[in-house]
Ligand binder design. Structure first.
Ligand SMILES: [Zn+2]
Length: 284
């Protein structure tokens, strides 16, 4: 099977109330672990590739690895640029073989975000590529903002509905209280915002920063209209903890396969548990 756009599975996810996982690809072992887990559970999935990961792996290797996974495993796979920062980087990825892109114009004023996203949607759709947009500011682990301040960064439902109507994006990332990275405490997810927007637009809402969010909150978010959830930190932690443990246990170990293999297996388990939580198993 060739790589597919997110429209190959997101409408079904929205209709049947499950979410498709975007698992970030950071190297070959991540890519293999994600595909193996998804194939085992017969689930569609999205390879997320950040601009940083793209620089690290190289555009050619990234596309070749994703295409190899699609060919080998046969489940629907989208190769998706995560937080694309410009029209140029989106087009560069599409030309290289990406089947989906995110344009993150959330730091621009609303009008400018709409204008830039619309341009990318027009070009991407002409090539059968799906587009994710973003509204509101999704915080990071370093952000030290008070709850009052936090409200200012959340997506406003009226703006989100207008953003969808004017841009025609295929998925919409909203700042609803989650943050990138791992939580120290419990996140305060604004289910009311998700529900309000989801009731007015036909495409799924995307939850960024899903790592460390309690399972029941994830299930509730999916019921409210979330159809795509991004996972990266938990795989990074599983990978690195496994390697650290093995190297500390045996300081003479030098065969990279002896620690990368177990690290990859640890990620398979993480991805499988997420797929089951999101309910995308047997939806390929
Ligand atoms: Zn994100």
């Amino acid at each position: 099977m060739a790589l597919v756009s997110m429209n190959a599975f997101l409408p079904k996810a929205r209709e049947k109330k499950f979410a498709v996982g975007q698992f970030n690809m950071n190297n070959l072992e991540f890519a293999q672990a994600i595909a193996e887990a998804a194939a085992e559970l017969n689930s569609p999935f999205i390879y997320g590739v950040s601009e940083g990961a793209l620089k690290y792996m190289g555009l050619e290797f990234t596309v070749a690895i994703a295409e190899a996974a699609a060919k080998k495993y046969g489940v629907p796979i989208a190769l998706h640029l995560d937080h694309g920062s410009s029209f140029d980087i989106c087009m560069k990825c599409i030309r290289a073989g990406f089947s989906s892109v995110m344009f993150d114009g959330s730091h621009y004023p609303l009008e400018e975000n709409i204008r830039l996203t619309k341009e990318i949607v027009k070009a991407a759709h002409a090539m059968g590529v799906s587009v994710e947009g973003e509204l509101g500011t999704i915080g990071g682990v370093e952000d030290d903002i008070s709850v009052d301040d936090e409200d200012a960064f959340l997506a406003k439902p009226e703006e989100a509905i207008r953003f969808y109507e004017e841009t025609g994006v295929d998925a919409l990332a909203l700042a609803v209280g989650t943050a990138h990275g791992m939580y120290k405490g419990e996140p305060n997810i604004r289910f009311d915002i998700i529900e309000k927007v989801a009731s007015q637009i036909p495409v799924p809402i995307v939850l960024h920063g899903g790592s460390g969010v309690p399972d029941d909150m994830i299930r509730r978010a999916i019921r409210c209209g979330v159809g795509k959830i991004n996972v990266n930190t938990e795989n990074q932690i599983a990978c690195t903890n496994t390697i650290r443990e093995l190297l500390e246990k045996d300081r003479k170990l030098y065969d990279a396969r002896k620690y990368l293999g177990p690290a990859r297996q640890a990620m398979v388990e993480v991805v499988k548990s997420k797929i089951l939580l999101f309910g995308s198993n047997n939806q390929a």
